[in-house]
Design a protein around this ligand. Structure first.
Ligand code: NI
Length: 218
């Protein structure tokens, strides 16, 4: 699935789709529409508008055993429409998968960005994050991961973290987090360095789990 190709309004006008209010639309949504219907009537224009109002694509989440999960990601060079669309797609993909966080390596892109929704229900995007402070106090929490489905393990991590990052609008921010939010931030941040939560737990469990997934991936 390509995130690079976005239809501009001009292209849509060429297709007879002149009333699109959006500057650019995920190509997948338009292609899907064109596949499903061959004619372009007013009725269909309304349908396609409805179809892309959400402006997102559900992405494939890769599983343990996929190389991108074990690679160190590189910084995002420019926070532009493409990155904003990707963040949106990732949030929707995460929600559909009943997750609370999703990092770029999990959708096969090794760039430093992750998204999350903690218990305060806020959609958060972290671009080029740095954890600048961690508390000495730690706590245990049972973690899972959309790339390691059906596996859970209690992991010990710092209780509080302070993170510096940029949001999807290119605005830098510093966030002091504790509780569930701090936990998700640390889990997702690890993904950007090729670290999976099981690496921080029981060594034997980690090896067994990884071997199991590698076998499945073959
Ligand atoms: Ni994860």
């Amino acid at each position: 699935r390509s995130l690079m190709n976005h239809f501009k309004v001009g292209t849509l006008a060429g297709l007879g789709l002149t009333d699109f209010p959006l500057g650019s639309i995920a190509a997948g949504a338009v292609m899907q529409y064109l596949k499903e219907t061959q004619k372009t009537s007013m009725e269909h224009i309304t349908q396609i508008q409805t179809y892309v109002t959400g402006k997102y694509m559900i992405l494939d989440i890769v599983k343990l055993g996929t190389p991108s999960l074990r690679e160190k990601s590189v910084p995002v060079e420019e926070i532009n429409d493409e990155i904003r669309q990707l963040a949106e797609d990732m949030l929707e993909t995460m929600i559909e998968a009943n997750g609370v966080g999703l990092a770029c390596p999990q959708i096969g892109k090794n760039i430093r960005m992750f998204v999350l929704i903690a218990d305060d229900d806020v959609r958060r995007v972290f671009i080029n994050p740095t954890i600048i402070k961690t508390s000495e106090e730690t706590c245990d929490y049972e973690e899972g991961c959309l790339s390691v489905p059906q596996f859970y393990e209690s992991i010990t991590r710092p209780e509080k973290v302070t993170v510096q990052a940029w949001n999807e609008n290119g605005k830098p921010f510093t966030l002091e987090a504790d509780g569930f939010l701090a936990r998700i931030i640390q889990h997702e941040y690890d993904h950007l360095d090729g670290i999976i939560y099981i690496d921080r737990g029981d060594k034997e469990f980690a090896e067994k789990t990884e071997a199991q997934f590698k076998k499945r991936a073959e």
